[in-house]
Design a protein around this ligand. Sequence first.
Ligand code: SF4
Length: 421
Amino acid sequence: MTESPIIPLPDLPELGALPRKSTFAVQVGNVLVGGGRPVVVQSMTNTDTTDVKGTADQIAQLWRAGSEMVRITVNTVEAAQAVPQIAERLAMMNVDVPIIGDFHYNGHQLLTAVPECAQALAKYRINPGNVGFGKKKDTQFATLIEKAIEYGKPVRIGANWGSLDQALAQVLMDENAASANPKDAGAVLREALIRSALDSAYKAVEIGLPKDRIILSAKVSGVQELIAVYRELATRSDFALHLGLTEAGIGSKGIVASSAALAVLLQEGIGDTIRISLTPEPGQSRTAEVIVAQELLQTMGLRAFTPMVTACPGCGRTTSTFFQELAQKVQQHVRDKMPEWRITHPGAENLTLAVMGCVVNGPGESRHADIGISLPGTGEAPTAPVFENGEKTVTLRGEAIADEFVELIDRYVERRWSPQA
Ligand code: SF4
């Protein structure tokens, strides 16, 4: 028998995302976006902004779930008047999160009529496709930017496929039709979206808003289109970029589509803040979009928010649903503990956990985690070895395995991340 030749290890590619694209750092309240800072998670409320308590409660909920900025709709004078009251209520609740006002059509009037709103917001979102029509468009846009200058606030110039600047799109369509090599209509519309965002940003700079007070976005609902649009935006400017797939959809479709699009861009170093625009399922908490955004960044190794549980999918080697329940219990436990650990045990967000269903991959996967458990599969002895830092430390048995494992996790965190440690 001939032995296989020993081949030297080839040069293996480096692990990880490409370096972040350099952008201006934008101060939004107490949060810095861009300039190489960690990618910021943001979300948006779906309450009626005039419902001060309901909106403040949902902002607090999103913030507790980990949203680092929260956007609210400001669509009427009443909504604008509610903004300072919401800010006050949040301050009383010790919720310190930048609030972003989302303006369409009448933002110039609202920011002028309700100065307390202009002051209370940490950033204004302006949609260049919805600022105004005809001759009024430029003056209304200028008013919005002047208000941002007056109150020292940054803006997001957020173009959107669903409210594309039709006049600009028509000009580009006509130019394209008259050219020797016309492009397909989709490419022209993408260009219109990019130009809408960039032209508006440069117009804001001309009016006097510094570049480090501008964030750009150009959202579409198709994955490939979004990737193409943002690659262009990143190539053509140094503005900080807000990523998000608009109208991503409900349930797994929304999660998969958003993750697919954003992961490609983040891997290329593009994007300074993200929002996952999920349609909540009936009864589902609005915080789902925050959790998905965090999990996307964490599974890509870009940030750490909460300990992550590795769990096997289960198969015919285990008839028990116990490991599924345990995986869920462990994930919920660490998520619930994280707000406290963030203060008392900083670093605990990096904890890795494994909950596995049988001996095939259980011990191996558990050894790779900081702390892991391998539950008994069908026909195995009813014992569950626990591994810490790659070493088997204890074997759990009986009815209380779940509670005992959760206790072991707490003790592990205490030992490793308490300030004394
Ligand atoms: S660890 Fe065991 S139970 Fe889980 S998927 Fe693998 S073989 Fe199946």
